[in-house]
Design a protein around this ligand. Structure first.
Ligand code: ZN
Length: 272
């Protein structure tokens, strides 16, 4: 009996089953692509995954999926003597920002209201901002957040939902595991944000406006989505002075400047 050659057998096989072969190859290509996409973007790419190394420096934060260049100006620790001036500058440039505020005395209540009335985001930071107290127990942490939520609601009628942990979500001060506090915050329906760019105004109160902007842009060039940490504090007036240059520079670099909302990238230092 005549033996068929290997090549002939192969071409016979392909001739008979070519439709099935095409389907199998297409399926392999399709699932390889899907697998790659999931690995790259986290859980189905529905959220922004941010990773940061142990030093938690802004430079090492990485947002892994982008929809365009976006910058979020965030101000911690206010309100202060500077808040009204800060709001005027933002108005001048038609920019909306996010204020992670602390609990202040009655003379600052108008500042909380102005933040809301001028269309900015009033967000939670801490009532006391006393790290040792807040992070000494979960009870104290809960009490601090609750006190601030109540104050902001009583003064402005706003239920603030965005939150920033004092010292960030991966601080080394807390005696309570940060994962426990992160869970609590999420159970409360709050959404927390850290930062991946900063002007270093926490380090020194005498950096020039140009230097403050340079610090931010140095971090910003590593990211398409930039959450910028600045401080709204009495002795940080240079931060206010740097705002026009910062806004102009960000716009020149093609960043859209936005307040934090449900579409903002979850820039987070805490790794789940
Ligand atoms: Zn703070």
């Amino acid at each position: 009996m005549k033996q068929k050659g290997f090549v002939t057998e192969c071409s016979d096989f392909i001739g008979r089953y070519w439709q099935i072969i095409i389907i199998v190859v297409a399926a392999i290509v399709f699932f390889t692509f899907i697998g790659y996409y999931i690995l790259k973007n986290g859980r189905w790419g529905f959220y922004m995954k941010v990773q940061e190394n142990d030093s938690y420096s802004a430079a090492s934060a990485e947002v892994t999926n982008y929809t365009g260049k976006r910058a979020y100006l965030t101000f911690d620790d206010g309100p202060s003597e500077n808040t009204m001036e800060l709001l005027d500058i933002l108005d001048e440039y038609d920019v909306k920002a996010t204020f992670f505020v602390i609990g202040r005395e009655e003379k600052y209540y108008d500042c909380y209201r102005e933040i809301v009335e001028r269309g900015h985001v009033l967000a939670l930071h801490s009532y006391t901002h006393d790290y040792n107290k807040i992070y000494s127990s979960k009870d104290n942490f809960v009490k601090d957040i609750e006190e601030l939520r109540k104050l902001l609601y009583d003064v402005t009628g706003v239920h603030a939902i965005y939150y920033r942990f004092p010292g960030g979500s991966a601080n080394s001060v807390s005696k309570v595991p940060m994962s426990e506090l992160v869970s609590y915050v999420e159970e409360q329906g709050l959404v927390y944000f850290d930062w991946n760019a900063l002007n270093q105004d926490a380090v020194s109160d005498n950096l020039s406006p140009e230097k403050l902007v340079d610090n931010i842009m140095e971090d910003a060039k590593k990211h398409n989505d930039v959450v910028i940490l600045m401080h709204d504090l009495k002795n940080r007036h240079t931060t206010i002075e740097s705002l026009p240059l910062l806004i102009e520079t960000l716009r020149e670099e093609g960043y859209e400047i936005l307040p934090i909302d449900e579409n903002a990238p979850h820039v987070r230092h805490h790794i789940i």
